[in-house]
Design a protein around this ligand. Structure first.
Ligand code: JAH
Length: 262
């Protein structure tokens, strides 16, 4: 996968060199390019913003540098037009625009983006990017305006980091152990994860639940299921409403009934 990120604060994206995303890059699975939007400004002061039409507080990012940036990045044609057999199609970029007014980020969207060959992140600042940039791009490529939650940041950079991390860890061959991806919360059964413990068995007077140290596989599985149900009911009742038909058996429903008064 290729990822391009455009920002007036490219230093924010330095975290991409670290840890798991950095390892994916080192392994050749991922190719990340960070660009300074001001590369594509033409005035002495490298102006990226202007006052909003219609008035109001704050500034809006000018469309021209964004248009030139996206033209330049997407015209990194690679010369021919032919795609080598077995090579991924880098001629079909998906533009991802982090914005509080976008569709909500989810594990499902991360999986969808992980199947794309090329993602371009446009990180806005101020009150956002002139809407014509997105409208113009939509006629030329897939565009996803994405929110990572209902709160406002100072720009799209941190949201882009969140989205990139959620996507890159799903790339085939990324983790050593593919099971660690399929087993966790939001990966399979739609419940929150159960609490986890490690040694020592007693720490500061707190014991590891006896069910987990019992060594009885069925008892451990049942305890974990009950805890996942309990946590989900208490913290994310909305997730219980969205479970597919048949996700809960009679025992699950009885357990939820017992937690109803907590
Ligand atoms: C703020 C451009 N959903 C989180 C999120 C994403 C992006 C932004 N804010 C919050 C943002 C200012 C300018 C994007």
């Amino acid at each position: 996968m290729r990822i391009d990120v455009v920002s007036i604060f490219p230093a924010y994206l330095a975290a991409l060199e670290l840890s798991l995303v950095g390892k994916a890059q080192a392994s050749g699975l991922l190719d990340v390019h960070v660009h300074d939007l001001r590369t594509w400004t033409r005035d002495r002061h490298h102006t990226a913003d202007d006052t909003p039409y219609g008035g109001g507080a704050g500034m809006v990012m000018k469309p021209e540098p964004w248009g030139e940036a996206l033209d330049a990045i997407t015209d990194l044609s690679g010369g021919e037009g032919a795609i080598a057999p077995g090579a991924s199609d880098k001629s079909a970029p998906t533009l991802v625009v982090p914005t509080p007014s976008g569709e909500l980020m989810s594990q499902g969207l991360a999986g969808e983006l992980a199947r794309k060959p090329w993602l371009i992140f446009a990180c806005g600042r101020y009150e956002g990017i002139d809407q014509r940039v997105v409208d113009h791009a939509r006629a030329r490529m897939d565009v996803r305006e994405v929110s990572i939650g209902d709160y406002v940041l100072n720009g799209g950079e941190v949201a882009a980091l969140v989205i990139i991390e959620a996507v890159v860890r799903l790339l085939p061959g990324f983790l050593g152990n593919p099971e660690s991806l399929t087993e966790e919360s939001h990966g399979t059964d739609g419940l929150l994860e159960y609490p986890v413990y490690t040694k020592p068995p007693t720490w500061r007077g707190l014991d590891v639940p006896q069910e987990l140290v019992s060594g009885h596989h069925a008892q451990i599985a049942r305890w974990r299921r009950d805890q996942a149900l309990r946590r989900t009911a208490l913290r994310r009742p909305d997730l219980l409403q969205r479970l597919p038909d048949g996700a809960l058996d009679e025992r699950d429903r009885a357990v939820l009934e017992d937690f109803a008064d907590e």
